[in-house]
Ligand binder design. Structure first.
Ligand code: GLA
Length: 745
């Protein structure tokens, strides 16, 4: 690929495709100045810097430069301590004990590909160009390499930074961010997502305040509390209007995204590893690589931002073997049987899986040595001798003989005190000597900052997977970190443990997914405690939340869809009353919400299914029939309110349109609603039963949605009305829903 990056006078760098431009320049002082990120700029050679040199009272002049303070300059990788008082991208302590560094442009090169990052997940190569810019501190002999990649077909820029210590002394990194984006002086709103267990991805939208606003995790996972993504919006931006810049970190550990707004309304975005509780000893000659960041720009609202992210994640982040493949429907044993499983019961469930018409049986937690409850055995990845005497390969073989695929659950990063692994290696957990370790779900976190621990788990899992009979693995992680310390590293390196842990996880996942490319991996962390681009680089899908009630899931799926394509998240048809919130909903509503996920399954036992068996079989056939559309279709949020949700999915061949409408609590005498559809062919005709609509009418005037009503109301004088006149009614009560299907003719 060429022509995506232009350089003028050896100092102005322009990364452009047909829709976006990212621009920067080396200024007179040799500092890398940020110029623009947004819509495409024509004639970039004439683009003028916004920076004004002015003498401000109380502002120091940078190293004798008249009327010039770094506080006023938009920068690509700013430092603290020489006239810029905002949060810096890099903050370090040098051998003299001070934190003053000075980075000036040294060199650059263009690469016609995208290089992988050392030991970290990163976006994939293809139809892109990359720019490497080296900044250098002459006195401290420190180089910072900034990496930018632009793709021909996505409104996306990826960034990362690498720090190289070329001095003879060690320096201590205290803050090493992946990106800094200094934005134009305007008012902004922010959109980000968070919540808690079973209520992940709740959307939070508010004005950017004066001061500093940070979302972060110090839990060791990217977390359910704050998702590593932030959108900065033009005030009032909607799904279809307004400028939006989204920033997503491709990292699964402690992160922070900070926005700072000062008295001049200058706005700085920093994203990267959370500097809190972090430090890194960078010895002479060593490098430190920051995780990758994805910046996305939309000039027309959140929908376009999401379309871009969806396409980018599916094509440039997800493992490509399964990225576009219809996913198998499955029965997961968890909500069907919890820990009460054995060989016989699993085989019974397999026969049942087959009779329901599903594609795969997944043995969730409870299959390994001694694991009869959540207090024991994590770390011992061999089948329980009493309950699974024939072993996993034999069971998998029997299941596969039923023409089913076979999947299994593991939680590789954990152990319990009651386990052979812990008894043999009590110091292999994250811990601090002399302090009692806090338990989470009765378990301890293995110290993945130590290569020997990662190696042990690799050997055990390799042994399990090598039977060649496993089609799917659910990789779980069910607690956050406490007493963060490692017996494998000296005192001076204890600030590195959380990041080294993530490097260990990525190493393990990378080795296993490379060795077993035909296994479909599903990422899970008590649901969505680590559903991020980092894990999704290695695993195609995530169990996005333990919330399995469809009404509880509406906000979660709606929130997640801002960033993630449907192909990355899963759902099960679960029993009622729901195990997380006790709610009773119809099977149809459970099916309809699950429909808008790329990976669909069932987690019910025989008794749960009994009374609805034929309906469940029908629904499973519909899941299978639409599996490719759920993975490859384009998804749009039509509206989302506290009481009503409407989603639209367009099949990849653009022939079929699915409109999901969900009503939470029924109101008497309700208002009529319609859905302004998006992304249709305006000249085409679309059929819904006997009704025909033009694409433009569906997008400009909308599709009438059924009136949610009680049977009593809807029955009023029906006989006097013709079919055409009669209002379509969704027979009601609470939690009703429908999926309307339109076919392009
Ligand atoms: C976590 C997962 C569940 C299930 C259990 C098993 O809670 O989110 O889906 O796998 O662990 O212990």
């Amino acid at each position: 690929m060429s022509g995506l990056i232009q350089i003028f006078d050896n100092k102005k760098f322009v990364l452009s495709n047909s829709r976006i431009s990212y621009m920067m320049q080396v200024n007179e002082e040799g500092i890398l100045e940020h110029l623009h990120f947004g819509g495409a700029i024509t004639h970039p050679e004439y683009f003028q810097s916004q920076h004004k040199r002015v003498l401000r009272s109380l502002s120091p002049e940078f190293q004798g430069m008249p009327q010039f303070s770094l506080y006023d300059l938009p920068q690509e990788y700013p430092l603290f301590g020489s006239s810029d008082y905002r949060q810096p991208a890099l903050h370090a302590r040098n051998a003299q004990g001070n934190s003053i560094f000075d980075l000036r442009y040294k060199a650059h090169r263009i690469l016609d590909s995208k290089m992988p990052l050392d030991g970290l997940p990163s976006a994939r190569d293809g139809e892109c160009e990359s720019l490497e810019i080296e900044l250098y501190d002459e006195l401290q002999k420190l180089s910072v390499f900034l990496y930018y990649t632009i793709y021909a077909n996505f409104e996306v820029i990826t960034r990362s930074a690498k720090i190289l210590n070329q001095s003879a002394n060690s320096i201590s990194l205290e803050q090493a961010m992946s990106t800094c984006l200094d934005l134009p002086q305007q008012d902004y709103e922010l959109l980000h997502f968070g919540g808690s267990w079973a209520r992940e991805f709740d959307a939070k939208r508010h004005e950017l305040p004066y001061g500093r606003f940070t979302i972060e995790s110090a839990r060791g996972t990217s977390s359910a509390q704050h998702h590593p993504f932030m959108a900065v919006l033009e005030p009032g931006a909607s799904e279809t209007w307004g400028r939006v810049i989204g920033t997503a970190l491709m990292y699964s550990g402690n992160f922070s995204i900070t926005l700072e707004r000062n008295e001049f309304k200058d706005v700085r975005l920093l994203a990267g590893i959370n500097p809190f509780n972090f430090s890194w000893q960078l010895e002479a000659g060593q490098t430190f690589t920051c995780p990758e960041v994805v910046h996305v720009y939309s000039g027309s609202g959140l929908d376009r931002m999401s379309q871009n992210l969806h396409g980018f994640i599916q094509n440039k982040v997800s493992p490509q073997t399964f990225a576009h493949a219809a996913r198998p429907t499955y029965l997961n044993t968890w909500e069907a049987a919890y820990f009460d499983i054995d060989e016989k019961k699993v085989f019974e469930l397999a026969k049942y899986t087959q009779s329901l018409g599903l594609d795969m049986l997944v043995v969730d937690d409870g299959w390994f040595e001694g694991r009869t409850d959540d207090r024991r055995s994590l770390g011992d990845w061999t089948p329980d001798k009493k309950r699974f005497p024939s072993g996993i390969p034999a069971l998998a073989k029997k299941v596969k003989d039923l023409d089913l695929k076979f999947g299994i659950w593991v939680e590789p990063e954990m152990t319990n005190t009651d386990s052979a692994l812990y008894r043999e290696h009590p110091d292999w957990i994250l811990h601090v000597p002399g302090r009692e370790s806090s338990l989470g779900r009765n378990q301890l976190t293995l110290d993945f900052s130590r290569p020997e621990v990662v190696e042990n788990i690799y050997q055990q899992l390799d042994e399990l997977f090598s039977c060649g009979l496993i089609d799917y693995v659910k990789w779980d992680m069910n607690r956050t970190m406490t007493e963060l310390g490692s017996a494998g590293h000296p005192a001076s390196r204890q600030g590195e443990i959380a990041h080294r842990y993530m490097l260990g996880v990525y190493d393990l996942v990378n080795r296993l997914t490379q060795k077993y490319p035909d296994i479909l991996f599903e990422n899970c962390a008590s649901g969505g405690n680590r559903h991020d681009l980092g894990m999704l680089h290695y695993m195609n899908q995530s169990w996005v939340s333990d919330m399995s009630d469809p009404i509880g899931r509406l906000a979660i799926q709606n929130g997640a869809s801002h960033i993630f394509p449907l192909s990355t998240y899963s759902s099960y048809l679960c029993p009622v009353p729901n195990h997380q919130n006790g709610r009773i909903t119809s099977l149809e509503t459970r099916f309809n919400v699950g429909f808008f996920c790329g990976n669909r399954g069932v987690s019910m036992n025989l008794e749960d299914v009994a009374q609805d068996e034929s309906a469940i079989k029908n629904f499973i056939q519909r899941y299978k029939h639409t599996a490719k559309d759920a993975v490859n279709g384009s998804f749009h949020r039509i509206f989302y309110t506290d009481n009503e949700v409407c989603w639209q999915l367009i099949s990849a061949d653009k022939q079929t349109i699915y409109v999901g409408y969900f009503s939470i609590l029924t109101k008497p005498n309700a208002a009529f609603r319609s859905a302004l559809l998006r992304g249709l062919d305006q000249d085409a005709l679309y059929k819904k039963g006997t009704k025909i609509y033009s694409g433009s009418a569906l997008m400009q005037a909308g599709l009438d949605l059924p009136l949610v009503s009680t049977t009593q109301n809807s029955d009023a004088s029906p006989s006097r009305l013709s079919d055409k006149e009669r209002v379509e009614v969704l027979d009601g009560g609470d939690f009703v829903s429908t999926i309307i299907v339109l076919e392009k003719s």
